[in-house]
Design a protein. Structure first.
Length: 466
């Protein structure tokens, strides 16, 4: 227990009696996210109203050396919001406003607890477009997206969260409030503190305001579902589509088990999958000119017809499109409903996807585990769900860990890396020495020390010995 009665009293003065919680139920609620079955309750949960209150909280945390974990929407898959060293659970849920949509400059200023889908819908009403669309967009928060550098299906064409962040208001671990950059599209003034904060997983500061750029809203899209008789060929087709000169707005891979489990989980989705089909690609092209989109769709058809495929399904209506996207976005929930599982977030250059998929299956056979693979194939990002099923606890805790290390070693050998969009957080930190030398890690740790010399902010994340 890090909290003395004096510290609790000082914290209560900052947020008020109604926004400080020490009961077990609340602490447990804020002690987990979507990472496996981990629960790490903080000693106290605080719900500040603004940057100024967060500043005062962090000053006290520094004074008493209290570990402090920023907590967002708790939809993360790497344990970034888990209070692994107890202390203060700092929920930003009251900072939930879209402060300004600047139509003239195609920008938006907002607070971190705005739900991603709410942002996308709000700017769409103004004729604007915010492209990043994580599968959990209906529940995840923009602040968490920034902290983890979230991606989503449309990252293949439009980029990930970092590509839209212009400026951040951040409370540093010592309580100082700063802006990291400027509200401009170009900025070559000093070190890029904005991009340093993006993807830093809440270890360098607490984000309290975000300035993001927007795009004009696109008016049309074409969506198709392509069934493949061989999963490896579905992966091969990904690179072939790009080599043909087409950049889809989304290109998603789902192997057979992912679709079967999803259709069983969600009975409202109706897609016929023939027995011999082993994988699907969900491919979207978008733009403002329907005739051009149809030409691109025809080129894609010519590419995929070079492989062993079944009949291509074109989504003719918005309802069909929504059903196909719902199927893709429901995969993680379907897997979770079937079994205890671990999800790895591998990413490789897209041409290496077939080797990655084949290697994952080979490693699974070696260590006795089953995997369900799906993900954002267009940018080489493959989510690997490792299923416990009937495995013993001993094999689950020992053999699977060995297998995961081999998967990451394979990924690095293919010029990939450990995470494409989920972050490292708590669950992947022990694998960081696969991707980085001791010199790399020392540089990162020294950056952390500059911002947070007392290591109070989200300790126990990213680095094996923190």
């Amino acid at each position: 227990m890090f909290l003395t009665p004096e510290a609790l009293q000082e914290l209560t003065k900052i947020v008020g009696q109604n926004y400080i919680f020490t009961d077990q139920e609340t602490r447990n609620h804020y002690g987990h996210d979507e990472t496996e079955d981990y629960v790490f309750p903080p000693n106290v949960v605080l719900k500040p109203a603004n940057a100024e209150e967060i500043s005062e909280i962090l000053k006290i945390a520094n004074k008493y050396k209290i570990p402090t974990t920023p907590i967002g929407g708790r939809t993360g898959l790497s344990g970034g919001a888990l209070s692994v060293h107890e202390g203060i659970g700092l929920s930003t849920e009251r900072l939930n406003k879209i402060l300004e949509i600047d139509v003239q400059n195609l920008q938006v200023i907002l607070e971190p607890a705005v739900i991603t889908q709410v942002l996308r819908e709000a700017v769409a009403e103004k004729g604007l477009f915010y492209p990043p669309d994580p599968s959990s967009q209906g529940s995840c928060w923009i602040g968490g997206n920034v902290a983890e550098n979230a991606g989503g299906a449309r990252a293949v064409k439009y980029g990930v969260t970092k590509d839209y962040v212009l400026n951040l208001e951040v409370v540093l671990p010592n309580g100082e409030i700063i802006w990291t950059g400027a509200n401009t599209l170009k900025n070559s003034t000093g070190y890029n503190l904005t991009q340093l904060m993006v993807g830093s997983e809440g270890t360098l500061g607490v984000i309290t305001k975000i300035v993001m750029k927007l795009l004009p809203k696109v008016s049309h899209n074409v969506l198709m579902l392509v069934p493949f008789y061989r999963a490896s060929q579905a992966c091969e087709a990904v690179s072939a589509i790009f080599r043909a000169g087409i950049i889809p707005s989304a290109l998603e891979f789902m192997e057979r088990d992912a679709i079967d489990w999803t259709l069983k989980y969600n009975h409202n989705i109706s897609v016929v999958v023939k027995d011999q089909v082993q994988a699907h690609l969900l491919i979207e092209v978008d733009g403002n000119y329907p005739e051009i989109l149809m030409q691109e769709a025809e080129k894609i058809m010519k590419v995929v017809e070079e492989f062993e495929i079944d009949e291509i399904l074109f989504a003719d209506t918005d309802d069909q499109k929504n059903a196909l996207w719902k199927m893709r976005r429901s995969v993680a929930e379907a897997v979770k409903s079937n079994s205890v599982y671990k999800e790895e977030d591998t990413v490789v250059p897209r041409f290496e996807l077939p080797k990655l998929l084949e290697g994952i299956k080979r490693i699974g056979n070696k260590y006795g585990f089953k995997s369900v693979c799906y993900g954002h194939a267009g940018d080489g990002n493959l989510h690997v769900n490792i299923i416990k099923g009937n495995m013993t606890d001993e094999n689950w805790n020992i053999e699977v860990t060995k297998g995961i290390r081999e998967i990451f070693e394979l990924t690095i050998s293919l010029k990939g890396t450990l995470s494409g969009e989920h972050g490292i957080g708590f669950v992947q930190k022990n694998y960081m020495n696969i991707a980085f030398t001791s010199s790399h890690l020392l540089i990162m740790k020294n950056i952390k020390k500059v911002f947070d010399p007392n290591n109070i902010l989200n300790p126990g994340k990213i680095f094996p010995d923190y």
